[in-house]
Design a protein around this ligand. Sequence first.
Ligand code: SF4
Length: 367
Amino acid sequence: MVWQISVDECVFMERDSIWNQSFEQLAQWCSNEGLPAYRARQIFGWLYAKNATQWEQMTDLPQSLRQRLDECYTVDLPQIIHHRTDREDGTEKLLIQLVDGKAVETVVILRDAKEEEGFTVCVSTQVGCTFACRFCATGRMGLVRDLEAGEIVAQVLLVQRLGKAVKRVVLMGMGEPLHNYENVLAAIRLLCGEESLNWSPRRITCSTVGLVPEIYRLAQDAPGVKLAVSLHGTTDQKRAEIVPIAEIYTLDRLFEALRYYHERDKRRISFEYLLIRGVNDGIRDAHRLVDLLRGLVCHVNLIPNNRIPKSEFTHPSRQVITRFAQILKDGGVAVTIRASKGRGISGACGQLATESRGRESATTTDV
Ligand code: SF4
């Protein structure tokens, strides 16, 4: 059902952000306002191609329309309030303040340290997270709130507006993307929409800790989007020690969903496997992982655990990591040992959270 909002009603409604609107919603609003269809395209052009952040900048729109837009929508983007760069590998971390004063972190990664390869932006989808994975700083915060679709896309726009060519987005920052399903899906549609950023879905990777029902939904709703699964354990018991939600979504259920996801359009699935000393880094763990992945077209990223405050988890020695990877290779599994980028600024996997920290090996700018 489409709600027809009269001119007067709109004035009394709380204004939504224009960044949350799909092109279709804005086109409907224009139609309700009696405006020609091309106006929606013009407004999206200003937002996504011409980097406007104020209605007054949209100089080819009539003044009356700019005023009407201002009555119905806000156009402010969240603000970068802190910007740090890891001296070791150039990874950047942005602290972004949302309009209600809450904050999230966004990480900007330079692939293979080559600017021509473009930047990968690791975006947050929630303030905090409810799933309490034991290696993860965000999980310690609890869930504060979901991000809106526009707040997810805004993280990409803010990085672009720093003059960086963003080639890939990974939904792997703060929060569990599939636990904020509707907003994440709307954000993916804004990234890929012809009238907004017009990306191929293959430039987007959605991570999940293994929320089975939403994996089935995503397979239907977002063809082409890559999936990355945080696995971290090879038995239900061991996995649940690290990722508590694994008590509900067992490996059997998870892998059934992943086979379905793969069957939808033959996309390769990535697995993130955090190597934690003495917990999941043994020879038997590696062999069980080979057995688990047999027959699935996939790739495994081995990530040495990144230390967070007050955690007993540490990373294994180089020798143990290499031995683990070799067993996977010998078992026919494609594997990469991931150098943890952004460790010097607490921007690596599992380290994102918005409480204040000491300033490690980084250059820091308050904006
Ligand atoms: S790893 Fe992901 S799902 Fe687990 S607590 Fe951290 S943000 Fe949440």
